[in-house]
Design a protein around this ligand. Structure first.
Ligand code: HEC
Length: 303
């Protein structure tokens, strides 16, 4: 197939302007080869989660779904299409003044040996947010069932059991003592964390800053962020922000999840509007992602 036909169908003038910005920053020319018009759109609802931590979700006195959640039902099983309502009620409960909810369009494609993701949504005051994707595999049941919530604890900054511990995101798997107030400083020895890393029991994180800078990292004992090998970009187009990120399918080292054709993974999206920090974010419930083909909420078809 001629290379030209794979380019997105945008007027030549706009393409040149976009490229003048994007190519000057971080986006290699190869990125333009993804034809987003050929990909399916998944509408993903994000909402303000308040202080509903992993521990609160598991506790019957703070969450009506706790018993069935413990028995294995997923957040999405029970709360599909309730996100906006939950965001509004949590915002009211905690006096949060930002957006309660937003719908993000997610597209995915595989090209060569890379996964490409595109997200877009309405911009506030014409400004781009920062967006992050947490990706996991079936090795860790808690994240397959709950997505980001497995990393969201009651002793994190701004949460109900925060007493200045300055703990960020972590997975219960990394702690030896998980209580109703969180796992605190009971971090398992490095040798045990290494076993979890080898087994794929962590969340692989991709982040796109409002500036378009991409980062890559993982969550296990804490959030480790580093350089993105791949490409990322952010732009504003017709009042919407459009974020794109690309990563190799293969894992290049510890803390990276290898993506294999035909397999299903799960992901959660988090968005920070300009000026919001920490838990003042909008998050999605976990969705499934399949690579190449298969049945999932989002299929990253090969191009
Ligand atoms: C078995 C079904 C079930 C599962 C699984 C479940 N929930 Fe719930 N959840 C409920 C019910 C029932 C309520 C109470 C709804 C109400 O009060 O309107 C609730 C309430 C909530 C609320 C408060 C909603 C509000 O209006 O303020 C949040 C937030 C929430 N759940 C998040 C989650 C998350 C996150 C997960 C997964 C980690 C999850 N739930 C899993 C059934 C479930």
């Amino acid at each position: 197939m001629p290379h030209q036909s794979l380019r997105p169908r945008v007027p030549r003038s706009r393409r040149l302007i976009a490229c003048a910005f994007a190519c000057a920053m971080v986006l290699p020319a190869a990125s333009w080869a993804v034809d987003w018009g050929k990909t399916a759109v998944a509408e993903v609802s994000l909402f303000y989660p308040g202080q509903m931590s992993w521990e609160k979700v598991l506790t019957a006195s703070s969450h009506k779904g706790a018993t069935k959640f413990r028995a294995g039902e997923t957040c999405h099983d029970c709360h599909r299409d309730e996100e906006a309502e939950m965001g509004a009620s949590q915002a009211q409960l905690t006096g949060f003044a930002g957006r309660n909810a937003v719908t993000v369009q997610l597209r995915a494609a595989v090209q060569g040996d890379s996964l490409h993701l595109q997200m877009s949504g309405p911009a506030v005051d014409g400004k781009a947010p920062s967006v992050a994707i947490m990706l996991g595999n079936e090795a860790l049941k808690s994240t397959a069932q709950a997505g980001c919530w497995a990393a969201c604890h009651d002793d994190a900054p701004g949460m109900a059991s925060d007493s200045g511990q300055k703990l960020g995101k972590y997975l219960p798997r990394s702690r030896s003592r998980n209580t109703a107030t969180g796992g605190g400083d009971s971090v398992r020895p490095q040798a045990e964390l290494d076993v979890a890393l080898t087994a794929g029991e962590f969340l692989d994180v991709l982040e796109i800053e409002a500036s378009g800078t991409g980062e890559r990292g993982h969550v296990l004992d804490k959030l480790h962020m580093g350089e993105l090998v791949g490409a990322a970009s952010m732009r504003i187009e017709n009042g919407r922000w459009v974020a794109e990120i690309q990563r190799p399918l293969q894992a290049a080292g510890s803390g990276q999840i290898a993506l294999e054709a035909g397999k299903v993974y799960h992901l959660g999206i988090a968005l920070h509007d300009p000026g919001s920090e920490g838990r003042e974010h909008l998050v999605s419930l976990a969705r499934s992602l399949s690579i190449g083909s298969g049945s999932a909420d989002i299929v990253a078809a090969s191009q």
